[in-house]
Design a protein around this ligand. Sequence first.
Ligand SMILES: [Zn+2]
Length: 125
Amino acid sequence: MVWCFDIRFERGFRKFLRHIGVEYWDAIRLAGGAKCLASADEGARQFVLDQIRISMRLHGTRRVILMLHSDCGGYGGLEAFADAQAEAAHHAGELRRAAENLVAAIPGIKAEPYFVDFEGVWALE
Ligand SMILES: [Zn+2]
């Protein structure tokens, strides 16, 4: 699981994970969550990809949950966008890029991108 260290969305997201049958996970938490795989610098991306590879080797991980959330400090907060809709659209693009970059770097891995806001959890398809 690649998610932000912002604690505000933790309870709801954990509940959601239980709901979709995710019981155990390796947590990779950093400011911006999946941003590191989408738009952050190359060094950050490689670091997180290595963490995922280690998780795969140690725990047989085959599924990576990518999480972005509303009002994330890693993106300058909600005020960096015109409104919540603009933020959601931007983050959908980021999640798509994060998933593409992940699968390109680690063929065969299953990327599951989710956007979490104050209303709930949104799957990206
Ligand atoms: Zn955040």
